[in-house]
Write a protein of this length. Structure first.
Length: 719
């Protein structure tokens, strides 16, 4: 287009290597603005060492940054430069130092990470690659070790973190391209893994086309190309993500199906040729028999007598524990070989979806606690299947529960030790026995290190939507910061990111540093760069390992259908993140001692909170007060038996027994939970229930989780 051409020509700018004068200006002017002086001899030697070298600008920048950190009386000196070993010595020494401080497992993970951050061209040249954080997290391996490696290299500025403007997703890349050729360890990894890096780049391109084509089978690998990738997958030391594994698996399955169909077609045509002169009825009989054989082959190919495992959870790509559960499920399917079934929304009906999955499943895992009530109602109809629940105790079923209070205890201690005001906060998603464990541990940890600390607490919402309402969580956290809290823990799923939103906004408004604490995953790597300065730490729960081990135990015959197991800090599936380096050294020392005390049994963490609880975040029409008293034999309810639609029932639960107990109020004939309120023996606790239309059963349990020992109270109705 002529007009476009005339506009394009003058707008093209060729960016060439900087001249020595330009490099000197790039160093001197920022120094002048910050009141820093560069010794003339230093500038001259720096320029001599970098001018004309590949990657001159990034290594020049890195060296100046290191010199700035080691400045003497606001002067960058030549003596310091020589002590660093020059431009290359500084980079090599610091990278080697970080690598040497990693554990053996983390060093292996570091190789996987950096090979993901490199791309090799057809001209055999390599350069850095910006990678979505989700790709790194999805790698088959130890996620906590990976986060430790990213944190270690990120603190020393070897990695840069940004956000993809198109997908609005966090990214990671090598901060200084000079590292690729100046750090011998990385050069060796690239040289040794050259074929893996190139092959992976080709696989990623093919998989991208498949994804863009909405998983059209025509975009799968086939023939000699598929065979090459299969040989590579079997011998490569480069770990693949679950999606990459799924792409190769789908290609293999499609190829096998095509071969089966082709063999059947050839056999069919051969029979026709050999029997062409037979009578028509004989020919039809042959065709019918052949179709039956082909159908049998396809069924055998599809089933193969393998076990079938179904996982009911919120879905993939949602982040948090859902993606961790999916990662553990996918890893188990690859390594242990079973038929995998996802039970995820949208549902026409939850119970119907569970029934459909359970009809052909040997093991059904309920990964979402919100599905537990419906699953318990469906399970008796499918006694052939083993039912297992994550973070929910159901009579007659297997369960795996995290001792969330233990990791939350460490978070509470970190919050109290960091707080300058003596006031900290807790924001939960929805009041259930599981999330109350988080609150209990957080309260206990804060008071263990500072008995006089104030702990503010509230829940985001009166239903499971509380785990997704980021705006409500931000409102609650902002209220707590306004009341004096300076550290708030968000145990609220993806809604918990609203705590960090509030920390950033209120820090600017109040002119002081405010902190948020994440839950389940390391929030430092889940958020963009603007929120990272407000992530003090995060409690991490390895749901991927829990799901994997649950399936493995089942397939190995070690999972009893009614076994309930609790995972603790000692099992290595929970931890407290140090990403960002915001926890003070003395604070980390205290946390390490507390963690050891818990693991070795010298300290017991309560699973039931005792502190005050504020109302949830959204506007409430009105409160109606009620009291429930449990004495072990009766579940006495004092309050209205008929309430108006939309009312919020504020319930004070008094437990007069000598052991912990739980009050549960279930909606719609026990199909869903309105609230669960635990209380210590001889103590009480408060909760809030939203009265939706229908009937509500009041139940008291001897224990802090729904179990077999229960006492029924009255049934309430909403008009």
């Amino acid at each position: 287009h002529p007009e476009f051409g005339t506009r394009l020509g003058p707008a093209v700018i060729n960016v060439v290597a900087m001249t020595p004068d330009e490099l000197e200006t790039a160093a001197q002017r920022p120094a002048l603005r910050t009141g820093v002086t560069l010794e003339p001899a230093l500038v001259a030697e720096l320029l001599t060492d970098v001018v004309g070298e590949p990657g001159a600008l990034p290594i020049f920048q890195y060296t100046l940054t290191e010199l700035f950190d080691s400045r003497v009386d606001n002067t960058l000196t030549n003596a310091t430069y020589h002590a660093m070993g020059g431009v290359r010595g500084a980079l090599r020494r610091n990278a080697d130092e970080v690598y040497a401080q990693l554990t053996t497992d983390e060093q292996a993970v570091a190789r996987q990470l950096f090979l993901r951050l490199v791309t090799i061209t057809d001209n055999d040249e390599w350069s850095r690659r910006r990678v979505p954080a989700s790709e790194i997290v999805a790698l088959d391996g130890d996620l906590v070790a990976m986060e430790g490696v990213i944190d270690a290299f990120g603190r020393r500025r070897f990695l840069a973190f940004d956000r993809d403007p198109v997908r609005d997703a966090p990214t990671v890349e090598v901060a200084h391209e000079a590292l690729l050729w100046e750090w011998p360890q990385l050069r060796n990894w690239i040289e040794d893994g050259r074929n893996d890096v190139q092959r992976h780049a080709s696989l990623a391109a093919a998989m991208h086309e498949w994804r863009q084509a909405e998983h059209d089978a025509d975009y799968l690998l086939a023939g000699a190309r598929l065979a090459e990738y299969e040989r590579w997958r079997a011998t490569s030391t480069l770990k693949l993500t679950a999606e990459e594994q799924a792409y190769l698996d789908a290609s293999v399955a499609h190829a096998q199906q095509a071969r089966t169909g082709e063999e059947a077609r050839v056999a069919y045509e051969g029979r026709l040729r050999r029997r062409a002169r037979r009578r028509l009825w004989a020919l039809i009989a042959v065709v019918v028999a052949l179709v039956a054989v082909v159908a049998g082959v396809l069924v055998a190919t599809r089933g193969g007598g393998r076990r079938t495992v179904a996982l009911a959870f919120a879905g993939r790509g949602l982040g948090g524990i859902d993606d961790l559960q999916a990662a553990g499920f996918d890893r188990a399917q690859r390594e242990l070989g079973f038929q995998a079934v996802d039970v995820v929304p949208p549902f026409t009906g939850l119970e119907g979806a569970l029934r459909q999955a359970a009809a052909g499943a040997d093991l059904v895992i309920i990964g979402n606690t919100g599905y537990a009530q419906a699953a318990a109602a469906v399970a008796p109809s499918f006694p052939h299947a083993v039912w297992a629940y994550l973070d929910a105790a159901v009579p007659g079923a297997a369960s795996v529960r995290f001792a969330h209070e233990q990791a939350a205890f460490l978070a509470g201690a970190a919050a109290a030790l960091t707080s300058r005001t003596g006031s900290v906060g807790f924001v939960g998603g929805f009041q259930t026995d599981v999330v109350e464990r988080f609150r209990a541990g957080y309260e206990a940890g804060a008071r263990a290190v500072k008995p006089e600390v104030e702990v503010l607490a509230a829940y985001v919402s009166l239903g499971y939507e509380g785990f997704s309402r980021r705006d409500y969580a931000q409102t609650l956290a902002a209220r707590m910061y306004e009341r004096g809290a300076d550290v708030v823990y968000g145990a609220a799923g993806t809604a918990g990111f609203g705590v960090l939103d509030a920390a950033r906004a209120e820090s600017a408004l109040q002119g002081r540093q405010l902190w948020g604490i994440g839950a389940d995953t390391d929030h430092y790597y889940d958020v963009d760069a603007s929120l990272r300065p407000f992530v003090l730490t995060s409690t991490i729960n390895k749901y991927d390992i829990a799901v994997y081990n649950l399936i493995k135990d089942y397939l190995d015959g070690r999972l009893e259908p009614t076994t309930s197991r609790e995972l603790t800090l000692g099992d290595g599936v929970m931890d407290l993140s140090a990403s960002g380096g915001f926890l003070a050294t003395d604070t980390r020392a205290v946390l390490d001692r507390l963690k050891t005390d818990i693991i070795e049994g010298r300290r017991t963490v309560p699973a039931v909170p005792t502190g005050p609880l504020d109302p949830p975040a959204p506007p409430m029409p009105r409160f109606t007060a009620a009291t429930v008293t449990f004495d072990g034999a009766s579940c006495r309810y004092d309050g209205p038996t008929s309430v108006s639609r939309g009312d919020v029932l504020r319930i004070d639960f008094a437990n007069t027994t000598g052991a912990d107990a739980l009050l549960a109020m279930n909606n719609d004939d026990s199909s869903s939970v309105a609230v669960q309120i635990p209380a210590r023996g001889g103590g009480q606790n408060r909760g809030y229930a939203y009265m939706v239309p229908g009937r509500h059963q009041v139940l008291c349990f001897s224990g802090v989780a729904p179990g077999a020992s229960q006492v029924a109270g009255p049934t309430l109705s909403t008009t």
